[in-house]
Ligand binder design. Sequence first.
Ligand code: GFB
Length: 319
Amino acid sequence: MADARRVWVAGHKGMVGSAVTRCLEAQGESVLKVDRSVVDLRNQIAVEVWLKQNRPDAIVFAAAKVGGIYANDTYPADFIYDNLAIETNIIHSAHAAGVNRLVFLGSSCIYPKFAPQPITEDALLTGPLEPTNEWYAIAKIAGIKLCQAYRKQYGRSYISVMPCNLYGPNDNFDLQTSHVLPALIRKFHEAREAGRDEVVVWGTGTPLREFLHVDDLARGVVFCLDNYDGYEHINCGAGSEVTIRELAETVQRVVGFSGRLVFDTTKPDGTPRKLMDSSRLRDLGWTPQISLDEGIADAYRCFLAKENAERAPVLEPVG
Ligand code: GFB
């Protein structure tokens, strides 16, 4: 029998990396992992040495500095510097170590703020970006271009997958730095527990967003690893969108909060709409399987499990 493929999942502890790890391990693949305390991905020498020592057969590049609208807008230097450094280090070192297969993960925010909807892959670089996350977007566009450059100059099979807004297990539930869906889960849960009668939702509630459960994305990423080898990046989205108000009402129902919503219009809305056209990936054979209602219920279970784990007493050995 052939040896199992050895895949390095860069960023294995994050929401995307842990989902891809679960997906690969479920199909019997060997996943390489390295902790931040051992290799800081912003350190070029550390990355190159580790990759040359470990030489995976393929890399799923899920490591990134990520965050919601407030974090992106408040820490632009961190978002552009960390992501550019991680990308140049991993992609260049992968080539230097002779790794021929790599899947880079981007974001739907690479597209122009007013791109025609649904957004096809060829909308890239056709207009100005959304200002709240242009730093992150520029870094992700650079990642796509790095993959294309190493393919063009050295024939490397490096590809890029662009997910829409994601959520699911191992999400960040911090109210300042998280994305909208985990933030709303926490806000509604805490309001219900405290008996409060209102929850504050940022912005006007009118922006539209496309949400995909991270397990569906992970299946898409592994599908691309096995079936896609093109120069162009490829979209991976749910195919439907909801307003932030509709999202808030769904989370409210799942959590069981009976108070009212208040919209804080001093907070930014961000891009008005970013629905991607994922027909290229669907035509190849990938389809999402988790509905938004099921997915939100799953995300709420994950939030509760994390809360309970954090509250559980630490058992000291007796005697
Ligand atoms: O998820 P989110 O932070 O990021 O916000 P983006 C989406 C929308 O939800 C915005 C609104 O219109 C927010 O104003 N929103 C309402 C909230 N309440 C909240 C809340 O309590 N917390 C948060 N975070 N938002 C990110 C980019 O944009 O999308 C990243 O900044 C990345 O670069 C990611 O691309 C996928 O969808 O606006």
